[in-house]
Design a protein around this ligand. Structure first.
Ligand SMILES: [Zn+2]
Length: 385
């Protein structure tokens, strides 16, 4: 039975002087020792006695393995080689560091053995940087699914390749569909004049988990209920998260005497404004769900899209006698310099199927596909440190 000891190099370098540790490769030394050795060390009170024990030949002889890590600003970067010992290293991280620090590691994407060892121990939120796969976890985690982590790692490490745009397949949870369908009938609030009117709702959607169908991994999207906010009768602000929605309220159909309420020109301009941050935006309507993402070509050139072109082509009167499906075909057929700007999909309530979307890569210098808001935040906090 082994155990680990994590020490700040500055604290021990005065005392440990064997050649192996004299050239530090980080500021944190992780020692693997027998449980018995760790027990003996912990019984010695902090101070000179403990230091003398650490210095003793007996202790040094009993170091089974050692690794260098680097700890700065709430981020502990572990070496990939410690995968064999990660199970015994984690308890020392728990006891020695704050619970919200990030533990992270970067591994060659072909190194399945180490990747699996880290995933099994709660590492996930994959992104690629400089041809390495980065995985991370907070020191203490809740609700972790090894299957989801494996699916996400497999998808992100294969989807991030060369010149092609990122892509993923998504579907909605049952709960999300019920919520989105009801959002067209919700949102009544009382105005200053005392009159009650129905407002548009908007909110963040997030990856609840993954599932597998023939042909690959499917991301299951749910509604982040606390993020839902109410706007005006015919407009609402949307936060630039990976996935988001807004509703077209029932009352607006009556006020405008329309039977269908596909995305408006304002909606399309709003989606351009959300930019690369958003993989897809949903418009929940009485007739069903519209899903809008960028076309493969324009998705990575959003800032070059000519807004006048959008204004001239995407303002479609909602009284136009098209079915929602015909509407999507028309929109998908509008080419800007030979390429569709948007990919628009429509699903009747009760008939939503998994669908594929393209999206832009993230990251500066080295590019990666990022499938969740959580991983986006994770990447920023790791790369920017
Ligand atoms: Zn709208």
């Amino acid at each position: 039975m082994t155990s680990s000891i994590i020490v700040e190099w500055n604290h021990v370098k005065k005392f440990v002087s064997d050649s192996e540790h004299s050239k530090p490769k980080g500021n944190t030394l992780i020692l693997i020792v027998s449980k018995d050795m760790k027990g003996r060390l912990e019984k010695i009170p902090l101070g000179n006695d403990r230091i003398n024990f650490l210095k003793s030949d007996e202790f040094k002889k009993n170091i089974l393995k050692s690794y260098w890590g680097n700890f700065t600003k709430g981020l502990l970067i572990l070496p990939c080689e410690c995968s064999d010992a990660i199970e015994v290293i984690l308890p020392s991280c728990h006891s020695g560091f704050e619970k919200d620090i990030l533990l992270c590691v970067n591994v060659s994407p072909s190194n399945k053995k180490d990747i699996n060892a880290f995933i099994k121990n709660g590492f996930s939120n994959p992104f690629m940087k400089d041809d390495k796969l980065w995985l991370s976890r907070t020191n203490v985690i809740q609700d972790f699914s090894v299957t989801d982590a494996k699916n996400e790692v497999e998808h992100v490490s294969t989807a991030t390749n060369g010149s092609s745009a990122c892509q993923l397949t998504a579907t909605f949870s049952k709960d999300a569909l019920t919520f989105l369908k009801n959002s067209t009938k919700d949102g009544f609030t009382i105005n200053k004049n005392g009159k009650e009117t129905q407002k548009e709702l908007s909110g963040e959607l997030y990856v609840k988990g993954t599932t597998r169908i023939k042909g690959g991994i499917v991301y299951v999207i749910d509604v982040m209920k606390d993020s839902v906010r109410s706007g005006e009768e015919e407009s609402v602000d949307v936060m630039p998260t990976r996935y988001n929605f807004h509703s077209h309220p029932m009352e607006a159909y009556v006020n405008n005497s329309v039977e269908k309420a596909w995305p408006s020109l304002t909606d399309y301009l709003g989606i351009i404004h959300l930019g690369k941050n958003t993989i897809f935006h949903c418009v929940a309507t009485l007739e069903g769900l519209y899903v809008v993402s960028f076309g493969q070509y324009w998705g990575s050139r959003i800032e070059e899209i000519d807004k006048t072109f959008v204004k001239n082509n995407f303002k479609i009167n909602q009284r136009t006698p098209w079915t929602p499906l015909e509407y999507t075909q028309k929109m998908n057929g509008i080419l800007h310099k030979g390429n569709p700007i948007f990919e628009v999909k429509f699903f009747e309530w009760g008939k939503v199927k998994p669908f594929k979307v393209h999206f832009s890569e993230s990251g500066k210098g080295s590019k990666t596909c990022i499938t969740s808001e959580k991983t986006m935040k994770r990447m920023k906090s790791i790369v920017e440190k």
